[in-house]
Design a binder for this molecule. Structure first.
Ligand code: TXA
Ligand code: MG
Length: 357
């Protein structure tokens, strides 16, 4: 795709979106153009879900293959009737409990949903975001809005408008900027078409929270074999889907052993003249204070919400600091920690070092 647009970045107040700006963004979407907009998880690259040419533009702007299906964003639960062929009672219940919010439900697609949305899989992924700007925009369009994360394919998802601009400048006409996203990792994708409700992608709604409403929900941590298989049904499960452009290594295990292994790897790389970034928590800062590494702390290891909110900005910041490698520590998997581990493992693309003593 050629860079044919002058990309305009417009500030929109999160809690009181200017109706004039929302209307002009909605007009672009109605005309089949694309708009980047904030959600509570990450910024989305929106196009009218019912207009195939707009959907084609989404794939072109991202450089994303057609085999990777899109999430459809709605502002009213009634819109589900247009998108899905059957709506089980427990799906309605989940929607009532978690929408608007970072939960995407995979349901049987109706015949009206364009194949470009579903990648021909027969299922459609739907969510109702809880960001006031996203909701106002979808309402103003009057049609569901398909939106993948507003990054170039295989890059880290954007949690600020600036991140989206870095990836998509010149490829789209408009970015709505409402500041950093609150959650920071993408929505949880829950497959309600499988025999057992299964999390395909851990995200902003935790496994524990889902199980309180629907106890049978499961999540299978991807193994190598799983990944090969999952790549065919849900390309978002590709092990390198969220990778930064710099080689990234993830150290998992007991924290003192992790510190020692990270410091040893750091020194080895620095001895070769490499500029190294480390992605850690506040509790680790002392261990790396004298290390000479470019340090980015995600916040306290005891507050997964904080870690999640800063995760993608951290990876991008280290990448933009011209590091030649990034070393990350792993985190406990309780609550949002599950999504954090998943994104770090994807960023590492299999370069995971497990250390225990
Ligand atoms: O938080 C989010 O979900 C963000 C914001 C913008 O809403 N969106 C997002 O979209 O992360 P995207 O396209 O980057 O990731 C969607 C994931 C992909 O892994 C895709 O493969 C999966 O959902 N997906 C979408 N439709 C699917 C389907 N019918 N079957 C299986 N997986 C599907
Ligand atoms: Mg994405």
């Amino acid at each position: 795709m050629q860079d044919t647009h002058r990309t305009e970045l417009v500030q929109v107040e999160r809690n009181a979106p200017n109706p004039v700006i929302i209307e002009s963004a909605a007009s672009l979407l109605k005309a089949g153009q694309l708009v980047v907009f904030p959600t509570e998880t990450v910024y989305g690259l929106g196009g009218d879900a019912m207009q195939p040419p707009a959907l084609e533009s989404i794939f072109a702007a991202k450089g994303r293959p057609y085999s990777d299906p899109l999430i459809v964003h709605i502002a009213h639960e009634e819109t589900l009737a247009l998108l899905v062929s059957t709506l089980p009672e427990y799906a309605k219940h989940l929607a009532r409990m978690f929408w608007p919010g970072p939960l995407t439900l995979l349901l049987p697609a109706s015949s009206r949903v364009p194949k470009l949305v579903t990648a021909g899989l027969g299922t459609v992924a739907v969510r109702m975001p809880r960001h006031p700007v996203a909701l106002a925009l979808i309402r103003a369009v009057g049609s569901p809005v398909a939106a993948p994360s507003a990054n170039r394919f295989m890059h880290v998802s954007p949690t600020t408008a600036q991140h989206a601009l870095t990836d998509l400048d010149g490829r789209i006409p408009l970015i709505l900027d409402s500041g950093p996203c609150e959650v920071g990792v993408e929505s949880t994708v829950l497959d309600l078409c499988a025999s057992v409700p299964t999390i395909l992608r851990p995200g902003g709604i935790s496994l524990e929270a889902l199980q309180q409403v629907l106890p049978q929900v499961v999540y299978h941590t991807p193994t190598k074999q799983h990944k090969e298989h999952a790549a065919q049904t849900a390309p978002g499960q590709l092990p390198t889907h969220y990778a930064p452009s710099v080689p990234t290594f993830l150290f998992e295990g007991e924290i003192d052993a992790v510190h020692r292994a990270m410091l040893a790897e750091l020194q080895r790389r620095q001895a070769q003249g490499e500029r190294v970034g480390v992605l850690i928590a506040d509790e680790d800062i002392a261990a790396f204070a004298q290390s000479g590494a470019h340090v980015y702390s995600l916040g306290s290891e005891r507050v997964p919400e904080q870690l999640a909110a800063r995760l993608f900005a951290g990876l991008r910041t280290l990448e933009e600091a011209s590091t030649q490698s990034i070393l990350c520590r792993g985190f406990p998997t309780l609550g949002l920690g599950m999504a954090i581990r998943d994104r770090l493992r994807k960023a590492a693309g299999g370069k995971i070092i497990v250390v225990n003593e």
